[in-house]
Structure formats: structure tokens, C-alpha cells
Design a protein around this ligand. Structure first.
Ligand code: PGA
Length: 244
């Protein structure tokens, strides 16, 4: 893993946005995989700034988001689609038809997962997949457990993950959907290049296990060790248990 260390969260966001911007300039028809969560918010703000200040264009790019809750509309403030609109899509020139999302309201969720896998394949696969990491080592909604699913699938959420997402549901974890659709670890590992971003001391332990620990379904992020092109963007607190 190529670990890139920065002093602060702000510097992580700036460097990651520059990294994405140069990938988009180099290959305007790039297919990006995108995460939600608190961590990428600053990076998305930087990308919007690059759009305004430097004319960075996403007009030919496509995006696939990692995951979405089951049973809420894309207009619900807790949905990941709503998050992406507010933090990124509204501020860049990505054509709406090139924004790909799992539909958590689909009547047949298995068919919806299959559709997503086909759409990714039809787009030629994901060129650059950005990822966050949960404090428990989850990636997307691939939660730690006895087994992992390779393909896009229907997942039950852990209580901790529901608590982490409660803010957009009136602060009440019981209002957070119990299920979500998520790319699988295989879907993620098929991307040509991966960039994982983690900031803050809360992530130090899972980052250390991801980088140094055994590959285990108990820490889904550890599977990234098996990919040949992984960059990890960290601030000092997230890297505090690594000797880099
Ligand atoms: P966070 O979430 O950025 O809000 O910490 C990351 C994740 O759970 O994947």
C-alpha cells in the first residue's frame, strides 16, 4: 500500500482533491467510484472549489456510489444520494445521466444489485475508487463478520453503523434503515485503482490493522492488501499507530 501522510485533515482533503482532479484531467471520461461519510466532505468541497476556480470539468466523467440505504427515497436527507447532491453533484458539471446510484426503493433488490454490477461492467469498470473506512474496518456496507459478499448485495447494518449514521435521522439510531445495498468487496477490488482516506484518531486502530494485520473478513478493509494499486491518504492522528 502506498501510504501518504499529511499533518492535518485539511491537507488530506486538498491533496486528495488534487489527486482526483489530475486523474480527471488525464482521462476526462474517467469512471469514478465514490463514498459518503464525514471524511470525504472536505475533499468534495475542494473539488467544487477546483470546479469554480480552475474550471475542472466532470462533463465526460461517470460516477458509481458505493452504497445506499434500503427503503428511503433519494430525496430523504438521510439518503446517500441526497448527501452526494449536496456535497458534490450540485457544485460540479457531472451530467445527471452519468451519475449511477443503487436504488434502495427498487421493488426487487436482488435484481437492482445485478443491474448495478452490469452497469459498472458496461461503463468499462471503475477506474478510480475512493473509499472511507468505518472504525470497525467496514468498507461501504461490507461489515465485519464470518463472511463477505463479493458482488453488490443487500446487507444488514450493524448497530454501531446505524449509530454513526443517526445524525441525518433526527439523531435516533432506530430511525436509520436496518438494511442497505452495497458494492461487494469483489466489486471494489475490481477497480483499476483504489484510494482509501481516513482521518482522526478514531480510525488509527482500524488503519493499523488494515495495513499490517492479517487479511480477514473480521476487518473487510484488510482485503485491500490484495490489490496492486492502493493509495492510503491519512492525517497524523489516523496514522498514529503506524511507524511511518
Ligand atoms: P466516516 O465514515 O467518514 O463518517 O467516518 C466512513 C465509513 O463508515 O465508511
Amino acid at each position: 500500500m502506498n501510504i501518504r501522510l499529511f499533518q492535518t485533515e485539511e491537507l488530506v482533503a486538498r491533496a486528495l482533491a488534487d489527486r482526483v482532479a489530475s486523474a480527471v484531467r488525464q482521462r476526462p471520461s474517467i469512471v469514478l467510484g465514490l463514498p459518503t461519510g464525514r471524511t470525504p466532505i472536505a475533499t468534495y468541497a475542494e473539488l467544487r472549489r477546483l470546479r469554480v476556480e480552475q474550471g475542472l470539468s466532470f462533463a465526460r466523467a461517470s460516477t458509481f456510489n458505493l452504497d445506499e440505504f434500503v427503503g428511503i427515497e433519494p430525496t430523504h436527507p438521510g439518503s446517500f444520494r441526497y448527501f452526494m447532491e449536496r456535497h458534490l453533484f450540485e457544485g460540479i458539471d457531472l451530467p445527471p445521466e452519468r451519475i449511477h446510484f443503487l436504488d434502495g426503493m427498487a421493488p426487487d433488490l436482488d435484481a437492482e444489485c445485478e443491474r448495478y454490477e452490469r452497469n459498472i461492467a458496461n461503463a468499462g469498470g471503475i477506474d478510480l475508487q475512493l473509499l472511507g473506512i468505518g472504525a470497525n474496518g467496514h468498507i461501504g456496507f461490507n461489515e465485519p463478520g464470518e463472511e463477505l459478499m463479493a458482488n453488490t448485495h443487500h446487507a444488514a447494518l450493524h448497530d454501531g453503523t446505524r449509530r454513526d449514521n443517526a445524525a441525518q435521522f433526527g439523531g435516533d439510531p432506530t430511525q436509520v434503515p436496518q438494511e442497505a445495498l452495497s458494492m461487494g468487496m469483489g466489486t471494489i477490488l475490481k477497480a483499476a485503482a483504489l484510494i482509501l482516506v481516513a482521518t482522526g484518531e478514531r480510525k488509527a486502530r482500524c488503519v493499523e490493522r488494515m495495513v499490517r494485520g492479517p487479511v480477514t473478513t473480521r476487518l473487510p478493509a484488510s482485503f485491500l492488501q490484495m490489490h496492486r494499486a492502493v493509495e492510503v491518504f491519512l492525517d497524523r492522528p489516523a496514522a498514529s499507530l503506524l511507524s511511518v
